[in-house]
Design a protein around this ligand. Sequence first.
Ligand code: HEM
Ligand code: CU
Length: 504
Amino acid sequence: MANFQFRTDPLSGLKIEKSSENLIKWNVIAALATLAVGGLMALLVALTRWPSVHLLGATNYYRFLTLHGIDALLAWIIFFEVALVHFTSTVLLGTRSYVPWLGWLAFALMLIGGGVINVIVLLGGADVMFTSYVPLKADPIYYLGVILFAVGALLGFIIFFINVTLSKRDGGYKRSLPLGSFGMAAGSIIAVLTLAHGAAIFIPTLLWALNIIGYVDPAAYRLVFWGLGHPSQQINVSAMVAVWYMTAAFVVGSKPVNEKLSRTAFVLYILFINVASEHHLLVDPVLSTWHKIVNTSYMMHLAVLASMIHAFAIPASIEVALRRQGFTRGLFEWLKKAPWGNPAFSGIAISILLFGFLGGITGVIFGTEQFNIIRHNTWAITGHFHGTVVAGTTIAFMGFTYLLIPYIFKREIIWKGFATIQPYLYGVGVATLSIGMMSAGQFGVPRRHYDITFSGAPFSFTFDPAIDMFMSMMGVGGVLAAIGGVLYILISFGSIIFGKKIGD
Ligand code: HEM
Ligand SMILES: [Cu+2]
């Protein structure tokens, strides 16, 4: 039998094996690199939609917007999630990685696929936005890149099931998984279903781009694409909530107040999110009104219920843990004395708050049939999902990085002062950006639009002048968020390379 190299991390007490440590490290590094590119694209796009700046030309605007969507939503988030898969299926259970070779194969496919997409988009071969609705056609290489990335990601999530199955044999857990791993199990189940939809639609689209098949039906494309596009957001939510539970446990030692309830909430995500994705198809003639209303007005709330449960369970568990540490004076001493200067903690606190109030509330509103018809394709939608995947998931992942760097990379965080303010800066920036977008969207400002003054058009159209204020608000928020993002990248890479070594 081979010898597996385990070490015990002095800070967290986690038992960490070498090959899973390396897999986590490289997936985090790839995530950081793609966020850096995606963030640069975000800044350029935001500066273009800020009316008084209007930076890029039309071609570059659409090109960079496509790349922003891909690198930020796909690459950054999924690389980080695969790192979380390795973390929660090995390190958190105190067992090893059973299939490191598969982990590296998945990583290589994602890296090659992601690289191919970046190159072909920048070369101008795929100005199709990340939704790439047919009959918009990109270079076949683009679809090939997406397929490689998706197959890699699929393998990455499958590793979760292999590791946890074999881990039980080695005593990694008794009856059920710890909550952080349970959350990633929910995320991984959704991921497998979702990525199967991706294959089902991108393979025919690749054949169509290669002129092997003549036609891909646009309505069928949209249906199957959103089987990928929306449920994958629930991978992000499950992973984010898993990070909330884990961070609260690591930083303040909290335990779930009612573990069964929290587990049930994760199961609700698995069961109901896909049927709730019908909001993307409300104007398509194929589905009946009955179908649309049942899914968007009833099923959706069962997935929302899950988030509501977590949103109460986690702050409650933090309160219980802090009270146990002696912060019992009055109603709120625990809240005042919480570790607000620790960026891992402030990261999840900001994430919970903004995800709920910005992303969640607007999601419930825009997800219902009647409101959706009014707000569809306006900038309000872009405001909504910057409240979920950015203010929610991205900030939670940023916070967790401040734990992974000492635990996994064995380095101290550099620039402690900047690290302390980073989640606040990014949070305020994204909240401002998102509220600006939502408000402009209420006045009908469209998303993905290069020139809303319609200059040179035969008929003139003007929006309510109030939108200038909201568009500028978006711009100011975007610049603040970009500064917060640059800080995060510099601190993370800086700590990984130059941080003081821990424990050697
Ligand atoms: C510095 C932070 C960020 C800024 C300033 C920013 C800004 C923007 C702007 C201005 C748009 C353009 C909307 C339009 O013209 O229709 C956009 C689109 C988008 N952003 Fe961000 N963003 C940021 C971070 C992120 C992150 C971290 C993610 C994913 C986790 C993300 C996901 C998206 C997506 C999916 C789109 C839609 C792309 C499309 O319509 O094809 N953004 N963002
Ligand atoms: Cu959706």
